[in-house]
Structure formats: structure tokens, C-alpha cells
Design a protein around this ligand. Structure first.
Ligand code: ZN
Ligand code: FE
Ligand code: FE
Ligand code: ZN
Length: 272
């Protein structure tokens, strides 16, 4: 791999989630190999209300995950961050908050993978698209993302238009719904990630789409980059394309997360 991207990859998973391969040190090695400027490990947090060894680590695993990432962080000071991808469930925000406060995470990716119990991004649940109004699916998804940002629990909002993963597109105009969401994200002060996993999914398009990315820029919301790698060889995957899309959407800078002593996180802006 030879990426030489002057940016970190903030979205990576490990074998602990049951559907990825590689340990944190393998991801760090891949990032060093690829010439990235840093890496955040952000495995799936134990899923409140949806325990499944194929979807996330168990609560009992969490301290080991944290210890393992902290160890590679110590070995590579200034290069590795301890992150987590934490689902937003409307009725479990308190549980999520308690878990987040129990560990020294540098940042938290807020994701929605469930719409009222339906795991819509899991290929096993594809039938659910036929049973629902696709416009209502999009509207509910964007509403939940806005609710997630408003909790203040999340640093970065993950894969902003994940509902398009299997190519089901809205048939009505989503501009109003999207504008409401982006206003809420801007007000909450969250970052939006450009997630290249969309390029590897059936939809074959980065999350969020170029059109939405331009809107993200227009709302003054900062961006980071994430591969959502579930294997070390996917670290930094598609970042050259993603950087080009960001520039085309109007971005000239990306957010960089700089942990401060005492657990505070400072955001700096770097050219892209
Ligand atoms: Zn995953
Ligand atoms: Fe995700
Ligand atoms: Fe992920
Ligand atoms: Zn993700």
C-alpha cells in the first residue's frame, strides 16, 4: 500500500467486533506503511439493546479494547488515537453516555445503523426496504442523526447518508429534511466524516454524496476522513479520491483532532 495521504484515518475497526480482521497494532502498521499522518481506532461500541457477537464487542471486552489501543498509542505518541463508533439509540442515550464516560476516549463517532429496531445497513435485513416507504426511511434516518448530534455525545457523525448503502434512493426531494439536519449538526458543533466505505458498498459512492458534501461545506461544518476499514489493507482506502471530492465541494481544510492534557480535545485545521 502506498497512499502517502497527509491526513489521518479516524474510522477503523478490529477483530473484536466479530466482522473485521486485524488487531489495533496491524492497523497502526498499515497507516505507517501507507504514509498516513495518524490513525484512530474506532471499533463498534457494545450495542445497547442489540447484543450480537457478530456486530460488536461485548461490554466485558471494552476494557481490554481500551487497554490494547492505549498500548499502541503509547508506542506511537501523537500518531494513534483511541476512538469508538457508538450507535445512537433514542431510548439508550443514557446508557451510551455512561459507557463513554467510563473510558478515556479521544473521540466518538456517532452512527445510526438502526431505524426503530431495523438494522438497515445489514445485508441480512435487506427485505426491510421493500416493506417501507423509502422517503420515510430517509427522513427518519436524518432525524435520528440530528437527534444524535444534539446529545453532545459525539465528536464526528459517521457515514452521513448510510441509508443509500444498497442503492435505494429517495423518490421525493430531501432538500428540506437535509437542510434541517445540517443546521442541527452545525449548531451541535460536530464534524462530518467523508467515509470511503461507500465506494466499496453496492452504492459505489462515498458517504456523503458529492451533492450533500457541498451542503455540508455551505453550512460551515468541518470534515475528517475515514475508511471504515474492517481489514488493515483498507486503511486510508480511497483517500486521494475523497480529498479530491472534498476540494470539489469547496473544502480547503480538514479538522485534525489534537488531544490535550486533561482529556480535552482541540480541533485544528489543516490544508487538503
Ligand atoms: Zn462494522
Ligand atoms: Fe458504521
Ligand atoms: Fe464503522
Ligand atoms: Zn461506520
Amino acid at each position: 500500500m502506498n497512499i502517502r495521504a497527509e491526513m489521518p484515518d479516524y474510522h477503523t475497526h478490529t477483530s473484536r467486533c466479530g466482522h473485521a480482521v486485524g488487531r489495533p497494532e496491524d492497523y497502526v502498521a498499515a497507516a505507517l506503511d501507507g504514509g498516513l499522518s495518524g490513525i484512530g481506532i474506532s471499533d463498534h461500541m457494545p450495542l445497547a439493546g442489540h447484543p450480537d457477537p457478530a456486530l460488536s464487542m461485548t461490554p466485558a471486552d471494552l476494557p481490554d479494547y481500551v487497554a490494547e489501543v492505549l498500548e499502541v498509542k503509547r508506542k506511537h505518541p501523537g500518531f494513534v488515537l483511541l476512538g469508538i463508533e457508538a450507535d445512537y439509540f433514542p431510548d439508550r442515550a443514557g446508557d451510551v453516555r455512561a459507557v463513554l464516560e467510563s473510558q478515556p476516549f479521544d473521540y466518538v463517532i456517532g452512527s445510526v445503523h438502526y431505524l426503530d429496531g431495523w438494522g438497515f445497513d445489514n445485508p441480512e435485513n435487506l427485505a426491510g426496504y421493500a416493506e417501507r416507504d423509502i422517503n420515510a426511511v430517509y427522513a427518519r434516518y436524518f432525524e435520528l442523526l440530528g437527534d444524535a448530534a444534539a446529545t453532545g455525545l459525539y465528536t464526528i457523525i459517521g457515514h452521513l447518508d448510510l441509508v443509500k448503502k444498497f442503492g435505494y434512493r429517495p423518490t421525493s426531494n430531501m432538500a428540506q429534511v437535509l437542510d434541517t439536519l445540517l443546521r442541527r449538526l452545525a449548531r451541535a458543533g460536530v464534524i462530518v466524516e467523508i467515509n470511503t466505505a461507500g465506494l466499496r458498498a453496492p452504492v459505489a459512492e462515498v458517504y456523503p454524496s458529492p451533492a450533500i458534501l457541498a451542503e455540508v461545506h455551505a453550512h460551515g461544518i468541518p470534515i475528517t476522513f475515514g475508511s471504515d476499514a474492517h481489514a488493515p489493507q483498507d486503511v486510508g482506502w480511497g483517500f486521494a479520491v475523497a480529498a479530491q471530492l472534498a476540494r470539489r465541494a469547496g473544502f480547503r481544510a480538514r479538522a485534525e483532532l489534537i488531544p490535550q492534557p486533561g482529556g480535552r480535545m482541540q480541533v485544528e485545521y489543516r490544508r487538503i
